[in-house]
Design a protein around this ligand. Structure first.
Ligand SMILES: Nc1ncnc2c1ncn2[C@@H]1O[C@H](COP(=O)(O)OP(=O)(O)O)[C@@H](O)[C@H]1O
Ligand SMILES: [Mg+2]
Length: 291
């Protein structure tokens, strides 16, 4: 597996002004890596991830997955939305079976894979519950295994622990690590949280607010499962915090606009996700708004 981003640019043009969010951004991810894009709010992380997912076209540059050009969403790239976007009217098992049905996986194989995935996420016995009956951690694990159901080559996650409190966030990071250690699917995650990036990643790519420029690509060389302590851990923390300060200082003050734009981004992502999941875009967008 090789996912390669080359000279990615993205300009938002509202007719009056042109806003260059990404310019010539490039990096590569290899098999089994857990890579995180870390950058201040508004630096273009979601934009870049949506381009990689195929939800949003780039203005320039190319993305290849195993040398094939990526132009639209596909089951080779699993996507986990910030709010998980589980189908609230479907039981856990049906949420997970859904992408496999869409892909035409035969029934016996679907059921077998469902069993494997439920075991992987330690969700056995929860098959017949609805999403609202699950804890935050269980919802997240359900979203992860639903994304894994289609056997993607890479899992894309946009701030997957964004909407929960600090304690829950740590628990979910730990559950994510445990799940990933068993499965080892290649992951590209987006976050603005330094601690989260260090805790989970093999590599942290630091993006700047200045046209998404990559400031550094840092290998996190710490044993797993990770401990949130020790000199080496804190050394990475210091380094990334310094880098984030640089990342902020170099760009225009855009953070304030981030939130309203996120709604726009979600709506357009939902539009494209609809193509992939077969779910109506309004349904997906509504799910996002409810979260
Ligand atoms: N659909 C859009 N139209 C116009 N500007 C957008 C759109 N989506 C994002 N932007 C702008 O691009 C910048 C990067 O946004 P985003 O990728 O959401 O940042 P991040 O995920 O790093 O917080 C922000 O300044 C945002 O306002
Ligand atoms: Mg974002």
């Amino acid at each position: 597996m090789r996912l390669a981003m080359k000279n990615i640019s993205r300009v938002f043009d509202n007719g009056k002004t042109k806003h260059v969010v990404l310019e010539n951004v490039g990096f590569t991810i290899g098999t089994g890596e857990f890579v995180t894009l870390l950058g201040p709010s508004g630096c273009g992380k979601t934009t870049l991830l949506n381009i990689i997912a195929g939800f949003l076209p780039a203005t320039g540059g190319t993305i290849t997955l195993n040398d094939a050009l990526v132009t639209k969403p596909g089951p080779d790239r699993g996507f986990i939305f910030q709010d998980y976007a589980l189908f609230p009217w479907m039981k856990v098992k049906d949420n997970i079976l859904y992408p496999m049905k869409r892909l035409g996986v035969p029934k016996a194989e679907r059921e077998e894979r469902l069993g494997q995935l439920m075991a992987l996420a330690q969700l056995q016995g929860k098959e017949n519950l609805y999403p609202h009956q699950l804890s935050g951690g269980m919802k997240q694990r359900t979203a992860v295994i639903r994304a894994l159901a289609a056997r993607p080559q890479v899992l894309l996650m946009d701030e997957p622990f964004g909407a929960v409190d600090f304690q829950m966030r740590m628990i979910m990071q730990e559950e994510m690590e445990a799940l990933w250690l068993k499965d080892r699917t290649t992951v590209l995650m987006v976050t603005h949280d330094v601690e989260e990036a260090i805790y989970l990643s093999d590599r942290v790519i630091v993006m700047s607010s200045d046209r998404g420029r990559i400031l550094e690509d840092i290998r996190i060389d710490l044993p797993r499962p990770r401990q949130r302590k020790g000199d080496a851990y804190h050394h990475y923390e210091d380094r990334l915090i310094d880098l984030l300060k640089t990342a902020l200082g170099t760009g225009p003050a855009e953070e304030a606009r981030g939130d309203s734009r996120a709604t726009v981004a979600l709506a357009s992502a939902a539009q494209c996700a609809a193509e992939y999941t077969g779910c109506a875009p309004q349904e997906l967008a509504a799910m996002g708004e409810r979260a």
